[in-house]
Design a protein around this ligand. Structure first.
Ligand SMILES: NC(=O)c1ccc[n+]([C@@H]2O[C@H](COP(=O)([O-])OP(=O)(O)OC[C@H]3O[C@@H](n4cnc5c(N)ncnc54)[C@H](OP(=O)(O)O)[C@@H]3O)[C@@H](O)[C@H]2O)c1
Length: 371
């Protein structure tokens, strides 16, 4: 008889048949495999592999460990992750820029298959494909428990890797261009780190809305990506003065909005590049936190300044479904094309972080669980 199980782990041979303790849904061919079920039984909790941070630090602070996953309680689901999105916010938590109690499992985004639902939960069933982006942290794991109300169904037309590559970054872009500052035809927008995970999608969406898009990048390869993603003008901010170039491109007018995720290295040029009544959307600090901006910095051009978090705009179930729905619709219609340029096995999350921090990546980064 063949049975299926999602909790199989490799063991050295030879093994007696008594080593196999399959749950009701296990698959194994005892003579031919070296797999042991890791499902929970009455006296053994379900164990999965996950990345754990015990001390804040560099990429090496992330350890590959076995953790107990447990059973979903009221209002919860258990999800076996198939593709996990890497985001710069994961770096902030690992370094302690944003606080989190230690030890923790990093990660704010994944797609997976529901393997169990809490007692009495309706509207979700085992086998559903779901995606989530945001809190609670803990997606760098083979399997995790989630509140059911943070998970959204993934349309069958969108594969798992695409969904994991777009969920957090795409919803962030939705919030930035549709709610924080509504981009319209005729606007000129400046997007820093235009070839990054968020930047790539931001340029595509702003272009589709009819804006003139100016993007900044650090090298030629990223400049080519930014152009393909809808940038009408690309500035190499490692070589060129951004404010001067923006002045030339806009014939002195400046831009209506700057989407600045780089922070410390760019915020001054961002302010200088704005047109009167323009808006600085400071939504990240990949290069470090920007210095404080005073009212006096805004006064000469009656500027607007905002520091949004996607989480504050997707906090209700309706907002979450609206945001995810627009993102998935834009993928389906071709407005958003996903660049999954970097894929790592989950246990090599530290390599993914090292590459992200060294500015070696463009587009989206995924971690794929080994099994
Ligand atoms: N507020 C929110 O709700 C929200 C949500 C999602 C993301 N974010 C922010 O959006 C930003 C982008 O996130 P992402 O995951 O898509 O990352 P990413 O843009 O793919 O990676 C960061 C990029 O920033 C640029 N960069 C400039 N100076 C850097 C430095 N000193 N160190 C590292 N990178 C530097 C690099 O591009 P170049 O090589 O072209 O310079 C790098 O590739 C992050 O700041 C993140 O915190 C905010």
């Amino acid at each position: 008889m063949m049975m299926t199980c999602s909790h199989l782990t490799r063991l050295p041979l030879p093994l007696p048949l008594s080593s196999f303790s399959p749950c009701a849904t296990s698959t194994f061919k005892p003579a031919a495999t070296r797999l042991r079920c890791r499902c929970s039984t009455a006296d053994t909790p379900a164990m999965v592999k996950a990345i754990r941070v015990h001390e804040l630090g560099g990429p090496e602070a992330m350890r590959w460990e076995e953790v107990e996953v447990g059973e979903p309680k009221d209002g919860e689901i258990r999800v076996k992750n198939t593709a996990i999105g890497v985001n710069f916010i994961d770096v902030y938590f690992r370094k302690g820029v944003y606080p989190a109690p230690l030890p923790f499992t990093p990660g704010m985004e994944a797609v997976g298959v529901v393997t169990a639902v809490g007692p009495g939960l309706t509207g979700r069933k085992v086998g559903d494909v779901v995606a989530y982006a945001g809190k609670p942290m803990g997606s760098y794991a083979e399997e995790q428990i989630l509140p059911a109300n943070v998970a959204v169904p993934v349309p069958s037309s969108i594969d798992h890797k695409t969904a994991a590559a777009i969920m957090l970054k795409g919803m962030t872009v939705h919030v930035l261009v549709r709610r924080v500052f509504k981009v319209e035809a005729g606007h000129t927008v400046l997007v820093h780190a235009a070839a990054g995970g968020v930047g790539s999608l931001l340029c595509q969406w702003a272009n589709a809305l009819g804006a003139t898009v100016i993007g900044t990048v650090s090298n030629e390869e990223k400049a080519a990506h930014a152009t393909q993603d809808g940038c009408h003008h690309v500035i190499m901010y490692t070589k060129e003065d951004v404010a001067t170039r923006v002045k030339e491109i806009t014939e002195g007018k400046g831009v209506n909005v700057v989407y600045d995720s780089v922070g410390k290295d760019t915020y001054k040029a961002s302010l200088q590049s704005l047109a009167p009544q323009g808006c600085l959307v400071s939504f990240g600090q990949s290069s470090g936190s920007p210095d404080p901006i005073s009212m006096g910095d805004l006064a000469p051009k009656s500027l607007f300044l905002t520091r949004p978090s996607m989480l504050h705009y997707t906090g209700t179930r309706d907002e979450l479904l609206q945001s995810a729905g627009e993102v998935f619709a834009n993928v389906a219609s071709g407005v958003l094309r996903i660049r999954v340029n970097h894929t790592y096995p989950l246990h090599e999350a530290s390599r993914a972080h090292a590459d992200l921090e060294a500015r070696k990546t463009s587009g989206s980064i995924l971690l794929i669980p080994d099994n």
